[in-house]
Write a protein that binds this ligand. Sequence first.
Ligand code: SIN
Length: 523
Amino acid sequence: MSTPLSTDRIVIVGAGLAALYAALELAPYPVLMISPEPLGLGASSAWAQGGVAAAMAKTDSAQAHANDTESAGAGTVDAEVAEMVTRMARSHILDLTALGAPFDRDAEGNYVMSREAAHSAARVVRVKGDQAGQQIMETLIEQVRATDSIQVLENTEALRLETSGNAVCGVWIRRADRPSAPVLISCPGVLLAGGGSGGLFAHTTNPPRIRGQVIGFAARAGARIADAEFVQFHPTAVDCGEDPAPLATEALRGEGATLINADGIRFMVDQHPDAELAPRDIVARAIFAETQTGRRPMLDTREALGADVLTRFPALAETCARAGIDPVKDAIPVAVAAHYHMGGIETDLQGRASLNRLWVSGEAASTGLHGANRLASNGLLEALVYARRAAADIAATLTPPAQGAAPELHPDFAAGGQEMDSTAVQDLRQCMTTHVGMRRDEAGLKQALLALSELEAAQPNDEAFLNMCATATLIAACALQRRESRGGHYRDDYPQADPDLAQRSHMTLTEARAIRDRVTRSL
Ligand code: SIN
């Protein structure tokens, strides 16, 4: 048994863009950051290639950005949120620039912007082609390391929230690099910024740790979850057998790269007036269909970029080198992969969850910005905007401790704990890809709920696995309830959008489990 600890620090769970930015915004309010790895590039944000969407060009406007966000979102974007976030975008880019983020600039000093799907303008502020996530993260990590009020507990992960009535009063953490007994850290408030759910699926672009755990433990504590059924699949993960699958950024298509199949046909041309730059859900479904029919889809950068692809898109060049693909000579095989969860812990405009003293920002949150289909590069933007808003709300709600009254914590983790059963994890991920993936139907979703209940019952003491099962159950239950197709959620048995269902979904884990139990009794 490990000894519980108490602190006056705000605990931030996660170490990606939203976590780092919120910790800096909170300074000098003392913060304890729970980072599953040494601070660095293991967070999803660091893997983001495109950049940050922001109307920085004189010819562009926040309103046009909000309009594009709403149309990509397929009818369920919260317009107030979209307008607020897109209005704030410019100031965050300027602030990141001031912190040292090395955004690409032209000879006159203007931001160089990429074009991505469903944007009516080139609007994605980028770094060295496809290096935005990594470079922004490096800038913020340097700042965090230099900020005395931020203590980072590296190689630790959160497992469970402690609640008292409807309020969060602590978080259970353990070592992430070896089995250990969990330690309770009692604290005045918690900000969850620990990523989304992509890794719940067998094919994903997300880092290996990102498997819905944070959404899951918030749900297990009683927090309401919104839009769980809306998972975004990226159309162009490089199909080279790696897990996770490396991304080929949409900005390549913005530069003119095309999608062809094994017969050399540009199949998007017949499917949407914007062809390869159609909204992401539409391109992803087309790629999936090509894969299913055996006409291997490929991203062809040869004519648009030639040999420049190697220097202008270094992440892709590295992937191709590893996989033995020469993108200058050959098209790159691609497939869909779970990429971003539009759903997550329901939050209000200040980043507050439905439990008191709990705030959320980044992909773990569902703010209403993305609707049923996130507009490209709005993810990092949302993380920045809500990290700042949550930090401001925390500072306004809680009384900061007197200087020196919140010393650093040094938890002593006793031996114990449980290693996760890797076969159970792979079974869960395969179940999600097979039944809750790109195309869904009632029979498959019911099978998924049954399998999830069996997987959960077989591992009753593995909290990390139970967190994954909780999020997976919410996704499958909400997908079963939504009898229509919209954005990232496609039902073979209800292939059209139903105008009467153009609303966000809201569900607790108790409600999702009730649906699951009804289904399993009926099978
Ligand atoms: C991409 O670069 O294609 C991904 C960007 C995003 O998911 O926002």
